[in-house]
Design a protein around this ligand. Structure first.
Ligand code: P6P
Length: 339
């Protein structure tokens, strides 16, 4: 990790020009995300000591038990974004519908929408394993001055103007892109400042780590089964290493640093895949491609999918370019041979 004394705030100001049409808007969006990340980091790191672990007693639209930290993180990110007067709407994996943000002057003049998974991997909270926040930023497509519409959120991933993730792990990190490469910042909790620790992150073009829940193997499409067996063969540069944390941001981060692929295929329990296109796959795909990697649904580019609904799911294969192309090859071969 390259030492740096450049803070996230200084980096944003230096690169403000990268944020198209911006008049300081990138700073305000990232300032709210940065603040919320620090607040959630504090709570996540204290979770074992205060009564915040465990279920909030509700279920989210996915039918998943809402952990108290899920609810806390969701409310924290939503409120800090609203307070910064920069977004006209917010969509969260934890909320059934999108949130309209008119602004304190009720003008609906804000230009951006933010989509997020506020606490991804929250089932890991009770067992003290890393969790993350994943976010996407788009310019609205509906007219300024009118309330945000569903179409503002149902944009293909190629329209993203920024995307990133926070990892609440051995250290708290923010990794993001605005379409000009990927940079990682590590929080110094003693002073509450994020410092540039991973400049210009790049996915190695190849890798030897595959991340998949092999418990679902028997239900995977044949092409995915064939690829997993390929990873396990004793030949050439294999067998690969299997590493699966159950937290997308953590698996993605490790694979980007070391080289690897993350796979969440369809299975009997997830006919369209489990991961959400808007809150998990598109932001991770933007980051992956900006770092020289790839992100696919097994057949086509994730970021070209035109979303039909807010909580749409998709199969997801993301990581080192050669590894994603290899799994696509196996899927194509199996489909061509009707296997
Ligand atoms: P499974 C967390 O719920 C998540 O969305 C990802 O962060 C993680 O990789 C995956 O689901 C884990 O799902 O079915 O393997 O437990």
């Amino acid at each position: 990790m390259e030492e740096s004394n450049k803070t996230l705030g200084e980096f944003i100001i230096e690169n403000q020009k990268d944020f198209q049409y911006s008049s300081g808007e990138l700073s305000r969006i990232f300032n709210s995300i940065r603040l919320a990340a620090k607040v959630v980091s504090y709570k996540v790191n204290k979770a074992g000591l205060v009564d915040i672990i465990g279920s909030a007693g509700d279920k989210n639209i996915q039918g998943e038990d809402q952990q108290k930290l899920d609810v806390y993180a969701n409310e924290t990110f939503i409120q800090t974004l609203i307070n910064r007067e920069i977004v006209c709407g917010i969509a969260s994996e934890e909320n059934d519908d999108f949130i309209t943000v008119e602004g304190s002057d009720k003008s609906n003049n804000n230009k951006y929408v933010v989509l997020m998974d506020p606490l991804d991997g929250s089932s890991n909270i009770d067992v003290n394993v890393s969790v993350g926040t994943i976010f996407s930023v788009y310019r609205r497509i509906s007219p300024i001055g009118t309330p945000v519409t569903l179409e503002d959120f149902l944009q293909p991933g190629i329209n993203q103007v920024a995307a990133g993730y926070v990892i609440y792990g051995t250290s708290t990190m923010i990794v993001y892109t605005t379409g000009h490469g990927v940079n990682g910042f590590t929080l110094n909790p003693a002073i509450g400042t994020f410092y540039l620790s991973h400049p210009n992150m790049k996915f190695p073009v190849d890798g030897s780590i595959y991340s998949v829940n092999e418990g679902n193997y028997v239900h995977f499409p044949q092409g995915v089964k064939d690829y997993i067996k390929y990873c396990q063969l004793e030949e050439e540069d294999r067998p690969y290493t299997s590493r699966y944390i159950g937290s997308l941001a953590s698996d993605m981060h490790r694979n980007m640093i070391k080289g690897g692929i993350y796979l969440y295929p369809t299975s009997s329990g997830a006919a369209k895949g489990k991961l959400r296109l808007l809150y998990e796959c598109n932001p991770m795909a933007f980051i992956a491609e900006q770092a020289g990697g790839k992100a696919s649904d097994g057949v086509s580019r994730i970021m070209e999918i035109l979303p039909a609904e807010l909580h749409e799911r998709t199969p997801f294969f993301c990581g080192s370019a050669n590894m994603v192309e290899k799994v696509e090859e196996f899927i194509n071969n199996a489909q061509s041979n009707n296997r």
